[in-house]
Design a protein around this ligand. Structure first.
Ligand SMILES: Cc1cc2nc3c(=O)[nH]c(=O)nc-3n(C[C@H](O)[C@H](O)[C@H](O)COP(=O)(O)O)c2cc1C
Length: 194
């Protein structure tokens, strides 16, 4: 039985996007994957909480896809977390509805891979900076998957440089659907930028 994969996509300026736009187009085409564009559905930030909770219950794997903004997510995804992951639903003694599901962060950064090392100018690793998401998953009884990260997004954008990343992302989504372990989440050396 394939896993039901839900991509929650958050990008406030899709018309300016160079990378997520293409990743989103590709993700929409992966069979068995539900693609949900939060800024498209809730441009006024009026999130339909029961609808979002129902959608979560109907899926096994949740993917947060977004550009990295101030070491975190765009505001609407934070609002979504604040409203949808309610006490008694997602956490607390009776809040067990998300238990057993998995969470994957799929993120693009402006900074290079080196910038996200101890010696780099962001000092912390992606894994460290994503600790609030990891712990959110844990608190809800979800499995936190190794994040999928595309660094140096501003350097990409031409079809040639983007295509390996798009292929890797669709493969990750298909693997999640098929219950196979996700491939290495860091940028492979062959396409890594300094
Ligand atoms: C408001 C804002 C905050 C940002 N914060 C970060 C950041 O903390 N770290 C980083 O590496 N890039 C940051 N960036 C760069 C974006 O992550 C980058 O432009 C984006 O991932 C590119 O994807 P896109 O082409 O789909 O927009 C920021 C950009 C904006 C507009």
């Amino acid at each position: 039985m394939p896993a039901r994969v839900l991509v929650l996509f958050a990008h406030p300026a899709l018309q300016k996007s160079r990378v997520n736009r293409h990743l989103a187009t590709a993700a929409r085409q992966v069979p068995g994957v539900t693609f949900h564009d939060l800024y498209e559905v809730y441009p006024d930030f009026q999130i339909d909480v029961p609808r979002e909770q129902e959608q979560l219950l109907a899926h096994d794997v949740i993917v947060f896809q977004h550009p990295f903004y101030w070491y975190s997510a765009p505001a609407l995804l934070k609002e979504w977390l604040d409203l949808v992951l309610e006490y008694g639903f997602a956490y607390g003694p009776t809040g067990t509805r998300l238990q057993g599901k998995s969470l994957l962060s799929a993120i693009t950064t402006g900074g290079s891979a080196h910038a996200y090392t101890r010696e780099g100018h962001n000092h912390f690793t992606m894994r460290e900076l994503l600790a609030p998401f990891e712990q959110t998953a844990r608190l809800c009884g979800m499995t936190w998957l190794d994040p999928f990260v595309i660094h140096h997004a501003s350097r990409l954008g031409e079809a040639t440089s983007l295509s390996p990343h798009i292929a890797r992302y669709t493969q990750v989504l298909a693997n999640l659907r098929d219950g196979q372990p996700a491939p290495a989440s860091v940028t492979p050396p062959s396409i890594a930028k300094p």
